[in-house]
Design a protein. Structure first.
Lengths: 155, 155
DNA sequence: TATAAAAAACCATGGTATCCCAAATTAGTT
DNA sequence: AACTAATTTGGGATACCATGGTTTTTTATA
């Protein structure tokens, strides 16, 4: 499955197109759907994205464990899948971000792509600066509280 | 098998025709039956749909899990399979929703297609807004109870 | 068989997204 | 520093999609 690293800020043109960072594009290129999938996260004012495999796994896992008619499963499916969009690349590697998500995340002239491993986030350039400060401060005190990783080593 | 994402609201014209979102159409195009199958769900005032493969798989699973003469199996089969309709597309990609289901779901001037992975729902535009609020609230408390899946957590 | 009603095919249109080509910027090399 | 390659950005032309209406075919009814 795709893996996303690093941070990139690209322009949003007046048609609403944004270049997806080249390294993100090559990360999803081997996926079933050659593009990205974006959705609205529960708690943060940003756009979240991943490759299609990520969402298919989520969906199939939910259906598989509970059958297609479990209320808990359906609510999570509705929350994430219903608000998600498949975005395919144009020949230059750009996508069109859905207007609803752009508004929600406050992405207007610039979009900041933030690699977070199996998924990534897209922020309005200004909102991200503040968010990053928060996260750095929080991480310093959260890290010692994490349980040990399975293999004994650390990432 | 077909995979449905995102939410689209389309108009129902006075003849009862609705455009099925293009991405849903291409999702079912490789299926055995080149159209959608709709049925009345158990608990929700909406129409549910999927591709033919989904229903076949549901049927196989019912028979497999319960045997072909189990009362539970029969009631589920009767509820879903017996009331299901195959809808094929007109040359422009529209279908006619069965009147009975439209009434049941309160679908009149607009139909909201909600992608939920392997299946989707069709709601009256107004009823869906309320439902989505419920689902988001419910999902927030249901999500932590779900088992983790590969990739390191959900939104 | 004739007629009405319904369903299906056909055609036309506005709006939007996508493609295609080209320029500008950035990164990497020699 | 100069050159080359890759990536990002911009804009005009094109294709696609949702929608509305008209005509033809089918089905049901008298």
């Amino acid at each position: 499955m795709a893996f996303f690293l690093s941070t990139f800020t690209n322009k949003v043109d007046k048609k609403g197109r944004v270049s997806v960072p080249a390294s993100f594009r090559s990360a999803v290129s081997s996926s079933h759907f050659p593009g990205i999938v974006v959705y609205r996260p529960f708690n943060l004012p940003c756009i979240e994205g991943a490759d299609m495999t990520f969402l298919e796994q989520l969906s199939d896992r939910l259906y598989g464990d509970f059958g297609p008619f479990n209320p808990d499963q359906m609510s999570v499916a509705t929350a994430i899948l219903a608000g998600a969009s498949q975005l395919s690349f144009d020949p230059e590697g750009r996508v069109m971000l859905p207007g609803e998500l752009r508004e929600f995340a406050g992405v207007d002239s610039h979009a900041t792509f933030v690699g977070l491993g199996r998924k990534f986030q897209i922020w309005g350039a200004d909102a991200y600066a503040a968010h990053r400060q928060d996260q750095l401060a929080h991480a310093a005190e959260a890290a010692p509280k994490l349980p040990p990783f399975g293999g004994g080593g650390q990432a």
